[in-house]
Structure formats: C-alpha cells, structure tokens
Design a protein around this ligand. Structure first.
Ligand SMILES: O=C(O)c1ccccc1NCC(=O)[C@H](O)[C@H](O)COP(=O)(O)O
Length: 213
C-alpha cells in the first residue's frame, strides 16, 4: 500500500493528529528559501519526539550533505530528506549513519531516471522524492507541480515518492500509479504550516481507505 507523508508540520496538535494516519511526518529544519514552516532545532526535536507511529523526517534544503546529516543526526532524526544534489561516492564513504531520502527537483525528464538509478545504489535509501523546484515551478494537470508523465515513468523503480501540489482534488490521479509514497503539504493546509484535518482525512481516505463510509 502507498505510504503517506505529511510534511511541513509546525504545530503539536497537527503532529498528534497525523501520527494516527500518516506513515511519515516531515519537519523542515533548514531552508535557503523563505518558509513559514521552518522550525528551530528545539521545536523540531520536541515535535518529533511526540510521535509514536509515524516516522520523523528531517527536511533540509540549502546545506551541504555533510552538514545536513550532522544537523539531522544531532537532533535525533532517523531519516534525512535532503533537497540538494547527493554525491553518491561521498555519501557511501562515510556519511551514512542515517537513512537518506534524496529529493530530485523536477525540471525536465532528461536526467531523472539516471539520477534515481544512481541514488538506488546507496543501501540506506528510505525513499527518493520526485518534487517540484521550490521556486519557479510550473503547473501541470490537475494543479500538480510535477507532470503525471514523469510519475508514470518512474513509479516502477524502487521506493519512489511523489510530491508537488498534491491534495484532495488530485490525489486520485496519483494513487492509480501506486507509488511507494505520496507527500502532501500545502494541499492539506488552511495557511502555511497549519494543517487542515478535514483535507488530510480526504487524502487518507483515498490512499488508505480509512474513514471511508
Ligand atoms: O514546504 C516548504 O516550505 C519547504 C521549504 C523548503 C524545503 C522543503 C519544503 N517542503 C517540503 C517538501 O519537501 C515538499 O516540497 C512538499 O512536501 C511538497 O509540498 P507541496 O508542493 O506544498 O505539496
């Protein structure tokens, strides 16, 4: 069954809520782009420690991989979602005491498959997330920030997650490709960092069938 990650969590009540329904909980601990979802190290550690079922994921953008690993490991996170280019040889030679979820920010189809194959040579890959660039992304079918064509093309590869504008209105178009993971964030919010539980439950119903009448 497709796993669900809810990302950009900032409030304890949202963390407690999604812990009942999601498989992963994402906390943004460093970003080089302005975001209202950014947490301080203490906030991230405290919120992640309240989880009992969902796995905590540290989300880092705008740091070198070595520094990102150090930051996430220091805060006790078991998984690092890394928005940046991973040098596989460098990672394999010693930075690897944490599971890695590398992000491929989609611009066009040309290098995506090759990059996924390269990342899959690492043994501790939790998932590989195909996501939109944070700035200057395009809009594709059904309000998605990555095209369905790339999802169709890569879901057969191992441990592929998809993100980028997914919410109740379009998740049904993604779930039919049965990806390893679906990541939701702004599509289940009432304002940045504030999750809307009704929207989350609509997504959960499509992915897990939970709460279906
Ligand atoms: O959400 C942010 O503000 C953010 C900033 C910097 C790095 C990552 C960030 N979000 C987490 C993500 O990895 C995904 O892009 C996200 O979950 C998908 O978001 P959305 O397009 O809003 O569905």
């Amino acid at each position: 069954m497709t796993l669900l990650k809810v990302c950009g969590l900032t409030r304890r009540i949202d963390v407690e809520f999604i812990d009942k329904h999601a498989d992963y909980a994402g906390f943004i601990i460093h970003s080089d782009v302005k975001t209202q979802r950014l947490l301080s190290p203490n906030e991230a550690r405290d919120l992640a420690s309240t989880l009992s079922k969902a796995k905590p994921v540290a989300v880092v953008r705008g740091l070198g991989l070595r520094d990102a690993v150090e930051l996430a490991t220091g805060l006790g996170f078991p998984i690092l979602q890394y928005h940046g280019v991973v040098n596989v040889d460098e990672y394999l030679s010693g930075q690897g005491n944490i599971n890695l979820a590398p992000v491929i920010e989609y611009s066009d189809d040309s290098t995506v498959v090759k990059t996924i194959e390269e990342y899959l040579t690492m043994s501790n890959v939790e998932y590989i997330l195909i996501d939109a660039p944070k700035a200057g992304y395009r809009l594709f079918e059904y309000g998605l920030k990555i095209p369905l064509s790339i999802i169709r093309r890569v879901v057969g590869l191992s441990r592929i997650g998809v993100a980028g504008g997914i919410g109740p209105g379009n998740v049904k178009f993604i779930i039919k490709y049965n990806p390893f993971l679906i990541d939701v964030n702004s599509g289940v919010e009432s304002s940045p960092g504030v999750k809307d539980w009704r929207l989350i439950m609509e997504v959960v119903k499509v992915i897990k069938g939970e709460g279906a009448p």
